[in-house]
Design a binder for this molecule. Structure first.
Ligand code: FNR
Length: 385
């Protein structure tokens, strides 16, 4: 089935699964340990039910909003995902273009396969840059400098990955670190279109934003992931956030917060926004879902922070629930990657179009014309389903 016939993100995921080698699909789709957080990130939405108003005039609807003072077409940001070049050639560029086409921001991962300078030139786009902290502080300083020089206005620091999570799908698919098991090599042969798209003519994609962090002969995504893990800085602390705040005058967003206390600390350190996130269930398993703590966090920080969250957003109704619980916007991880795997840039556009359509329809079905009309009376929490 073609990607443009998919009626839902779940159908797009199924099409992506059939087009990608299993080790690529499982890298995207899976989580850590027993995948409790991964499952709960979806299940949590079912604990909330709408109590819509009818007989309101909803003939004109607009799911747009503002983020950091800038108008966007819906409360959605394409979040950072690494190794996008393994899904399709120049995956980062395709994601950035599709996001720009739909009028929403795109976040480039630190471990991307397209240079950040190139992504910065995406026509009509609003690009954000995600960074990790590494032991090599000069490299981080250099990265921040490159962001400033190329016109980024938002840096997202991911704080939940100072230690790499236990992704057993990846461990199963590789015979030893980053050497594919022979069964996976054989399976890849059944995906000739993927091989042609991703591996020809240059071979395995290489990381383009790691500068001098890795030796030049070792920047292929195949070899470098283990190497990157060794460079991550397990001593990451609020002092490093202070260090970055002193050097970066643009919007500073911290991604990976899961406590009310840390959300409040972020305010003290002059951070502009946070992303409540359990990294899509890929880091600490059995950690709470961001939706579960969202109301408490909003209550504690008030309007002193832009409040974002991610994990499991696959439907427009999920996004409306997050808005009703106090979020400014949500980030997408797998949703747009399924689109990318199913149909490249057009597939991402299709994924975003599905969400936009669902947002618009459900907003109307709730009895509202715009997000500002959403209020507590429109949803309730039910049981412990
Ligand atoms: C990620 N995520 C991630 N986060 C980050 O800060 N830097 C990164 O490089 C990556 N890489 C990455 C790769 C893949 C394949 C996935 C699925 C996720 C986490 C991502 O930004 C986001 O937090 C989650 O994906 C959100 O959950 P959903 O939307 O995937 O359920």
């Amino acid at each position: 089935r073609r990607f443009d016939q998919a009626r839902s993100i779940a159908e797009l995921a199924e099409i992506a699964r059939r087009r990608l080698p299993n080790f690529v699909y499982e890298y995207i789709h899976g989580g850590s340990d027993d995948e409790v957080s991964l499952a709960n990130n979806r299940a949590v939405f079912d604990r909330y039910r709408f109590t819509p108003r009818t007989l309101t005039d909803v003939s004109h609807r607009d799911p747009g909003c503002t983020l950091f003072g800038r108008r966007i077409s819906m409360p959605v940001v394409v979040g950072p995902t690494g190794f996008n070049g393994m899904v399709t050639k120049n995956g980062d560029t395709k994601l950035a273009r599709a996001a720009a086409g739909r009028g929403i921001p795109f976040t480039l991962s630190n471990v991307s396969t397209v240079p950040l300078e190139e992504i910065a030139t995406t026509p009509g786009g609003w690009q954000w840059m995600q960074i990790y902290f590494y032991r090599d502080r000069d490299y981080v300083a250099q990265l921040v400098h490159r962001c400033r020089e190329s016109g980024y206005d938002t840096i997202v620091v991911t704080t939940d990955s100072a230690i790499y999570g236990n992704r057993e799908w990846d461990a199963r698919n590789y015979a030893r670190p980053f050497v594919l098991d022979w069964r996976n090599k054989l399976h890849a042969l059944s995906r000739p279109r993927w091989i042609k798209d991703v591996l020809y003519p240059e071979g395995i994609p290489t990381f383009k934003n790691l500068g001098d962090l890795l030796p030049p002969e070792d920047t292929s995504v195949k070899g470098a992931a283990a190497e990157i893990g060794r460079h991550l800085m397990p001593s990451l602390s609020w002092e490093d956030i202070r260090w970055l705040r002193d050097r970066w005058s643009g919007h500073l967003v911290i991604k990976g917060i899961l406590s009310v206390e840390e959300a409040c600390t972020a305010v003290e350190y002059g951070v502009d926004g946070i992303v409540l996130s359990n990294h899509g269930g890929r880091q600490l398993d059995s950690s709470v879902s961001p939706v579960e703590i969202l109301p408490e966090v909003r209550k504690a920080v008030g309007d002193r922070l832009t409040l974002l969250l991610d994990g499991g957003f696959r439907r427009g109704s999920d996004i409306l629930k997050a808005r009703l619980l106090g979020a400014d916007a949500v980030l997408l991880g797998r949703t747009t990657l399924y689109g990318l795997g199913a149909g490249g840039e057009a597939g991402v556009d299709h994924a975003l179009g599905l969400l936009q359509g669902e947002l618009d329809r459900n907003l109307g079905l709730l009895g509202c014309s715009c997000l500002a009309e959403l209020d507590d009376s429109l949803m309730r929490r039910v049981g412990d389903a």
